[in-house]
Design a protein around this ligand. Structure first.
Ligand code: HEC
Ligand code: HEC
Length: 337
């Protein structure tokens, strides 16, 4: 009975105004962190602005390349704003009705399907912060296909051999996702480093997409402590102080093993200049070989390079370096043959 009253000409007048409508205009987040859906609510032939509060955060669902948004919200309208006066239905005043009427809306919006394969990477940057030198860092990037056709990954390539990017599956179905694993080796790095990885795919709009990994590599020489002379050829130190010289002789061996401390042209750096010495003096040349082989008795930074004392070099390799030093010193003193 009451339903008929409500539908009747005294109230909603559904014969004349069969529809209530809601036109959403914008979705915002208020200061309290709640989502508010603003729009125009039409009822009883009148339209007014209303703000509705979402009962839960909006849900975005991607399915087979189609994105849809679903929202449920509640709020209240004042019936008098719509020319409605329910009270008049009860002139005897027995029923007290609030002017406010609660309303509830559910919105489902379908976005247009993205045509073809469409690549998206969830977060394109990863920073590992401060890390030790000589370790491996790894992380996963999530690669999505928001399109309606399979996404094929052709290549995941880094600018540096120290960083490898790999994917188990190279074909991602429409609406699917796959992890891209990145491993960065910090050996022989110092200070801040950033490496770029390019993902090439059959996405026509983003055929090359870049992601980045970065880290701040701690100086390997901090807190060296004692026994530096023996440490320098071991473990992670060997990456810079031994390995680069393996299989080399003469100038190349000098550049790999000695130049970091004595300068590219032997002019001196952490260690003293080696080109000021007179290598034509047999005794001098012999003394130099001795220091290279056995290290400096007085300075921790000049280790003995001979295999006999735990170093990486043979006698003939040491000899080839002394020859190179002699040439450098001749260049230095202007004696050009
Ligand atoms: C990333 C490459 C690299 C690694 C790893 C490395 N070094 Fe060095 N080292 C260098 C370079 C380059 C120099 C030249 C001076 C400089 O830049 O500090 C050097 C200089 C030195 C020196 C002379 C300077 C000083 O402070 O007395 C010592 C000693 C030394 N390294 C010891 C070591 C030891 C021990 C390790 C392992 C804990 C090590 N290094 C690891 C590259 C490296
Ligand atoms: C980690 C740094 C470092 C490396 C690497 C290094 N040196 Fe040295 N070298 C020094 C230092 C420091 C001295 C000074 C030692 C002293 O004062 O007793 C020195 C001294 C010397 C001397 C004696 C110079 C003099 O005037 O008494 C010679 C020769 C020498 N180095 C040659 C070499 C050669 C050759 C290599 C490569 C095989 C090499 N060094 C690698 C740091 C280094």
């Amino acid at each position: 009975m009451r339903d008929d009253d409500l539908k009747g000409p005294k109230y909603f007048n559904t014969a004349l105004y069969p529809r209530a409508s809601f036109n959403s205009l914008k979705l915002n987040r208020n200061k309290a962190g709640k989502y508010v859906l603003s729009g125009v609510f039409g009822l009883h032939g009148l339209k007014k602005n209303v703000d509705l509060t979402l009962t839960e955060p909006p849900q975005i669902v991607t399915k087979a390349g189609k994105q849809s948004l679903s929202i449920s919200a509640t709020g209240a309208i004042e019936q008098s704003h719509y020319g409605l006066t329910l009270k008049r239905l009860h002139p005897d005043g027995f029923v007290k009705v609030n002017d406010k009427i609660a309303i509830k809306v559910m919105v489902k919006a379908n976005a247009v399907a993205i045509k073809g394969p469409a690549i998206r990477v969830e977060k394109t940057k990863k920073n590992f912060g401060v890390v030790e030198e000589g370790i491996e860092l790894s992380c996963n990037f999530m690669v999505h296909n928001d399109g309606d056709k399979p996404l094929r990954i052709y290549e995941t390539k880094s600018t540096c051999g120290c960083t490898l990017a790999s994917m188990k599956k190279k074909l991602i179905a429409a609406g699917g996702r796959e992890a891209l694993k990145v491993v960065m080796d910090t050996s022989m790095k110092q200070g801040p480093v950033t490496k770029e990885i390019t993902i090439r795919s059959n996405d026509g709009k983003k055929s090359a997409l870049s992601i980045f990994v970065s880290a701040d590599v701690r100086n390997p020489h901090q807190n060296l402590g004692k026994n530096v002379q023996t440490k320098i050829f071991q473990g992670r130190c060997a990456a810079c102080h031994v390995n680069r010289g393996l299989g080399k002789v003469g100038e190349e061996l000098y550049l790999a093993d000695c130049a970091m401390c004595h300068g590219l042209m032997g002019g001196g750096a952490v260690g003293p200049s080696l080109v000021r010495l007179d290598y034509s003096n047999k005794g001098m040349a012999e003394a130099v070989s001795q220091i290279i082989a056995n290290g400096s008795p007085s300075h921790r930074s000049m280790p003995g390079f001979s295999k006999k004392v735990g170093g990486p070099l043979s006698d003939s390799e040491i000899e080839s370096i002394v020859k190179h030093l002699q040439q450098l010193s001749q260049l230095e003193s202007g004696v050009v043959r």
